[in-house]
Design a protein around this ligand. Structure first.
Ligand code: OAA
Ligand code: MG
Length: 536
């Protein structure tokens, strides 16, 4: 415990137990007199935390309160989050994190995470030495250009890596000291932010072209030097950059893109589970996407792998996937089709979104537009008229940007829809059924991927790991969860899910010869032994 004593121990967030120090510890560490009489168990402290939390009457105040708790007493924060994940996750993460990012410069209290600006060029490896931890295993990095569905939030986007790190710790048990949130602050094109006198970021237009790419490259290389065991998670980059960096680095360094691959795996898992409800064969499905960004094309690409693994050839697989953009169905006749979407632009007459549903009769509709309200009543009614049980996954985040709400989906489909969404929704009563729709969030995937990479020390993160993660996630959904309208397991079981995904990732790492570790025979027990359990 770094020989901490007295006030220094009491105020050290990683080591304090606050009122939880026993009388013997108070004697030993010079804490007598510094604490009130009662020795409180962590459960009693959690009760106090929840009492204070529930008195706050806005979600942003709750976010600020929880963030302050994290800065004050790490173990208490994580124990509270793990034991009350349904209540805490939407406050620490989406949807509240969207609001927290928008307000970041105004609610800022304490610097968390690591900031890199263009003025650090040439010195990134040097300044990384300022980070106080030596054994970093997970880095979540953003440049803030596409924060959730909120667009360019510049350095305010730091809330996202901070939130994702909290999910790593809570959902898969990577130790907080081994995770690092990073903001590559290359400026912002959001003029309102630059003009905000309280804005904290680099207050210039974004770097672009070679100046931008070379800074990202310097960062990736500096990480290899300072933290050779770290996994880099790219998060909330603008879609073309997200794909570019994935193509550039995925075969060279231990990295992945969460918005492309994590979201793809969670969506695919939802599709797998939906087949247990509809009794349709996975290889018979037609899947339609609204939106052509990272989440949609990432999911289509992973679905191609999944179809191929299930026996279709590449061209048959691609023909199962259709895209809609602002102008309607994307067909082979369109001009300026994005390269990633080209394989899914099939021969077909031009038609509107609703007409395309009528003609193609997709079994599954996935929204990843970042635009609220794009799943209209006409869209959902049409999906319901061409399907006994339409599967609709509205990924856009935060809640203010969702394609449709859960309530709309159940009402407009007359209770027929199998629904999931990127943001959490409350249960919906429709006629005599209480539907508990699932949150299709990549929080079910990336923590387990990260834990599996940590456990296996795999050199690279591969697409087969995401395919395996999707299969594992789908396999964990219980019949009871399905009955209540959910295609994902209860969030309260997320640590169990992450553990199972991590074990699967280890097996892929061995199969694909990506690890030089000789993993113990009992991989499951080994992975569990690595999971941080916050307790006193
Ligand atoms: O953060 C989330 O909840 C999902 C995600 O990665 C995004 O929307 O960018
Ligand atoms: Mg994201």
């Amino acid at each position: 415990m770094k020989n901490l004593r007295g006030k220094a121990l009491l105020t050290d967030p990683a080591h304090t137990k606050s009122t939880g120090f026993t009388y013997a510890e108070r004697e030993l560490y010079g804490l007598r007199g510094l604490l009130p009489y009662d020795v409180a168990s962590i459960d009693k402290q959690i009760e106090r935390v929840l009492g204070s939390l529930r008195c706050k009457n806005s979600t942003i105040e709750k976010y600020i309160f929880l963030n302050a708790l994290l800065e004050r007493n790490q173990r208490l924060f994580y124990r509270t989050m793990i034991d009350h994940i349904d209540e805490i996750m939407p406050l620490v993460y989406t949807p509240t994190v969207g609001e927290a990012c928008s307000e970041f410069a105004h609610i800022f209290r304490n610097a968390q995470g690591f900031y890199i600006s263009p003025e650090d060029r040439g010195e990134i490896a040097t300044i990384l030495k300022n980070w106080p931890e030596e054994d970093i295993r997970v880095i979540v990095v953003t440049d803030g250009e596409r924060i959730l569905g909120l667009g360019d939030l510049g350095a305010n986007g730091m809330g996202i890596p901070i939130g994702k790190v909290a999910l790593y710790v809570a959902c898969s048990g990577i130790h907080p000291a081994q995770c690092m949130p990073v903001m590559l602050d290359v400026g912002t094109n959001n003029i309102a932010l630059r003009e905000d006198p309280l804005y904290l970021g680099y207050p210039y237009p974004r770097l672009n072209g070679d100046a931008y790419r070379s800074l990202v490259d310097e960062f990736v290389k500096a990480v290899q030097l300072r933290y050779p065991s770290a996994l880099i998670q790219f998060e909330d980059f603008l879609s073309p950059h997200a794909f570019e960096f994935l193509d550039l680095y995925a075969q060279k360094v231990r990295c992945f893109n969460d918005d492309i691959q994590g979201t793809a795996a969670v969506t695919l898992a939802g599709i797998y589970t939906s087949c247990r409800i509809t009794k349709k064969k996975f290889t018979d499905l037609n899947i339609m996407f609204l939106g052509t960004g990272s989440a949609a094309s990432g999911t289509a690409e992973l679905a191609v792998d999944a179809f191929r693994a299930a026996g279709l050839n590449r061209s048959q697989a691609q023909k199962r996937l259709w895209f809609i953009d602002r102008k309607g169905l994307v067909t082979a006749r369109n001009e300026n089709i994005k390269p990633r979407i080209k394989p899914f632009a099939h021969e077909h007459a031009a038609c509107s979104f609703v007409d395309a549903i009528n003609e193609i009769k997709p079994d599954v509709l996935i929204g990843a537009t970042g635009v609220a309200g794009t799943f209209t009543e006409a869209v959902i009614s049409k999906m319901s008229s061409v399907n006994e049980r339409p599967v609709i996954i509205a990924l856009s985040n935060p809640t203010s940007h969702t394609e449709c709400t859960a309530e709309q989906a159940y009402h407009w489909s007359n209770g027929k829809v199998i629904f999931a969404s990127g943001s959490p929704f409350n249960a919906v009563q429709f006629k005599d059924h209480l539907f508990k729709p699932a949150q299709g969030n990549n929080a079910y995937i990336f923590p387990g991927i990260g834990l599996g990479i940590y456990a296996s020390a795999a050199r690279l993160v591969t697409q087969s790991m995401f395919l395996a993660a999707a299969e594992v996630l789908a396999s964990t959904v219980s019949e009871q969860e399905i009955h209540s309208g959910s295609v994902y397991p209860a969030l309260s079981r997320v640590r169990e899910v992450s553990h199972a995904i991590a074990v699967a990732v280890c097996h892929v790492a061995i199969r694909e010869e990506l690890t030089s570790l000789s993993l113990p025979e009992d991989i499951s027990g080994y992975v569990r032994s690595l999971m941080y359990e916050p307790n006193y």
